[in-house]
Design a protein around this ligand. Structure first.
Ligand code: GLN
Length: 200
């Protein structure tokens, strides 16, 4: 069976773990390098990206995660997780770093205070019908998309909120809180493909 991890330093770890288990994966909560090397995919949850960044350095996870991303590990980042996958974080706080891997610029808390949270229906052509019910919670947006990056979804005003680059997938919003399974299934497909082809 496919073994995938949820980075379990901070954030909505349990919601992702439950959804992945519901989809039939074996789920590992990843806090150490050994746990990371036992999985064929990793979800980076929503939460607070600056805290996850700091804890990843304290726990000695930053380099292993960067190395795994370079080696093609499928990674799905939601919200804070998307921020951590971005090569450039436009307004990080406190010397915030990211793991990087996706050729995008991401802006944190892009919707400001008044509209910190909202829900909307999103067309995601790569996922087909029906549209995605998307919950944005102090969400980031993608402000620049590099040449190798596919935009999977944008808001009506053109703001980019879901991106994919090879093995990496990122959404500004939180499918795991709406019972939306298609992004996680897409991630699991990549993990399964990798499990079938990799020599570990
Ligand atoms: N604003 C948070 C951050 O900067 C992200 C919020 C979320 O993950 N829901 O990390």
């Amino acid at each position: 069976n496919t073994r995938v991890g949820v980075l379990a330093l901070q954030g909505d770890v349990r919601e992702h773990a439950a959804l992945l288990a519901h989809l039939g994966a074996d789920v590992v909560l990843v806090r150490r390098p050994e746990e990371l090397s036992s999985v064929d995919g990793l979800v980076i949850p929503g939460g607070e990206s600056s805290v996850i960044d700091k804890l990843s350095r304290i726990f000695g996870m930053q380099e292993p995660i960067r190395t795994a991303i370079d080696a093609g590990l499928p990674v799905y980042g939601t919200c804070a997780g998307l921020i951590l996958l971005a090569d450039t974080v436009l307004d990080g706080i406190d010397g915030q770093e990211s793991f990087g891997g996706m050729d995008v610029d991401v802006r944190r808390n892009a919707f400001g205070r008044q509209t910190e949270s909202f829900e909307t229906e999103l067309d995601v052509p790569a996922l087909g019908e029906p549209p995605v019910r998307a919950t944005f919670i102090r969400a980031p947006v993608v402000e620049r998309v590099g040449a190798g990056v596919d935009v999977l979804a944008s808001l009506a005003d053109g703001t980019v909120v879901a991106v994919e680059q090879g093995s990496l997938l990122g959404t500004s919003f939180h499918p795991e809180v709406d019972g939306e399974t298609r992004f996680h299934e897409r991630f699991l497909d990549k993990a399964r493909t990798r499990a079938g082809t990799s020599v570990r």
